[in-house]
Design a protein around this ligand. Structure first.
Ligand code: SF4
Length: 429
């Protein structure tokens, strides 16, 4: 029996695709092993959103060739799509498969198994709606990712994704429902809606809101979480829906990228800071205890100290509870590489640190505001003698339980008692 292992770099979308791929090999009799174990084939689902993502692929290939020298390596996904020549030169790499064909990896491996030369398969990505086979139980995640959309037409100036993932296209509506029903039947209670630009979902006459409404009707599904959604694409009805205590989590992750309008404009984002702010304040006003998160890029070309400070001041007072901070990374195909002056790495590092510290403080303040309340927690793993899980409003909670008690994949009421680093310690009620 062929042994195969998988490693996923990058975003939730990659994770959901790896889960589907893993299942397709499993049903065909391959033995799935952990990444650290010896395998005949190692698949790395790559990411190219930053230079770090690129470097991670090289680091992982080196590791595989060192500890698992007989394994044949398949590099698939975003970096494979746009840096195929470079990746094909890496040791032990036998397949380089871009996004258009990566879900056909099993067939490719079976048909092109004996050729000692690396096979590079990166055709142009189609704009058609797509289907995917259901993943079944996602072994790596209690909260299952469901891919509903791929690609993007926005062409933000810092981003290579429209090249790596192609133009926007949506999964066939009925296919989404089929997969979610299969995930629920396999035991998942929460699904996370993923895509590159999910708010632009459009398939025949179905919109993003139609997807949410249809998922709400699925018996046994308890929670629906939207992973990340572009500011200008969120239907306003979503705010009302979340406030009505439907299955939608009280959680919105809406990428801001910069708190300064000139930088937003240079980034080719489609909103001003005020428009972003009006939207999140509306959500904050209407949905009690909502958690709002965002992404921020520091060190965009030409970003002055004053512009950065304005971003800091805005993030300090806005109802945003945490932010993912990204250091600007010059991507080969992105237009921003020809804009303003590059910011020195030490300044980028300093600005990142300021925002990361602020994010930690804001998250702690948010946690503080929830102490004494009771929240439903979906438990995902056991660490030492504690079970760790997540509330719908994105609080990571730790609860002590007797050894004989398993809380895995259970939704339980927990009273939140105290903050302990990145967690809130609570007790079952
Ligand atoms: S919205 Fe902008 S940042 Fe997001 S994937 Fe599209 S081009 Fe990239």
């Amino acid at each position: 029996m062929n042994k195969i292992s998988f490693y996923t770099l990058g975003c939730r979308l990659n994770q959901s695709e790896t889960a589907v791929l893993t299942r397709s090999f499993e049903v065909d009799g391959y033995k799935i092993v952990d990444f650290d174990e010896p395998a005949d084939i190692v698949v790395i689902n790559t990411c190219t959103v930053t230079a770090n993502g690129d470097a991670d692929t090289h680091r992982l290939v080196n590791k595989v060739t060192r500890v698992n020298p007989n394994a044949r390596i398949a590099l698939i996904g975003c970096q494979a799509q746009i840096q195929k020549e470079k990746l094909a030169e890496l040791p032990n790499v036998r397949w380089v498969v871009g996004n258009a064909k990566k879900m056909d990896l099993k067939t490719i491996i079976q048909e092109l198994n004996n050729d000692p030369m690396p096979q590079v398969i990166t055709p142009t990505i189609s704009r058609e709606s797509f289907t995917m086979s259901p993943a079944g139980f996602d072994r790596k995640h209690i909260r299952a990712n469901i891919k509903i959309q791929d690609g993007c037409d926005f062409f933000c100036s810092f981003c290579e994704i429209p090249y790596a993932r192609g133009r926007a296209r949506s999964r066939i509506f009925a296919d989404i429902l089929l997969e979610v029903k299969a995930l629920v039947a396999a035991g998942h209670k929460e699904i996370v809606i993923t895509g590159i630009n999910v708010g632009t979902y459009h398939q025949e006459d179905y919109s993003f809101l139609d997807v949410i409404n249809a998922l709400e009707q699925i018996d046994g599904l308890e929670r629906i979480r939207i992973s990340s959604i572009e500011p200008t694409t969120i239907p306003i009805e979503i705010i009302q829906k979340i406030s009505q205590k439907t299955k939608l989590c009280r959680y919105l992750h809406v990428p801001l990228q910069s708190g300064h309008d000139e930088i937003l404009s240079a980034m080719k984002r489609k909103y001003s800071r005020k428009e972003f702010d009006d939207f999140i304040r509306q959500a904050y006003k209407v949905i009690p205890q909502i958690c709002i998160g965002t992404d921020v890029i520091v060190g965009f070309p030409g970003e002055t100290e004053e512009q950065f400070q304005e971003t800091v001041e805005y993030l300090k007072e806005a109802p945003i509870h945490y932010f993912h901070v990204f250091s600007y990374s010059n991507r080969h195909l992105a237009k921003s590489r020809n804009l303003g002056q590059m910011i020195a790495p030490n300044i980028i590092a300093k600005r990142s640190e300021i925002l990361r510290t602020l994010s930690q403080r804001k998250r702690a303040l948010y946690y503080q505001s929830l102490l004494g309340t009771t929240q439903k927690v979906l438990f995902e793993e056991k660490k030492g003698s504690s079970w760790i899980g997540l509330t719908d409003n994105y609080v990571r909670v730790s609860v002590k339980a007797q050894d004989s008690v398993s809380l895995l994949n259970q939704l339980r009421d927990v009273r939140l008692n105290e903050i302990s680093g990145p967690l809130v310690v609570g007790e079952l009620t």
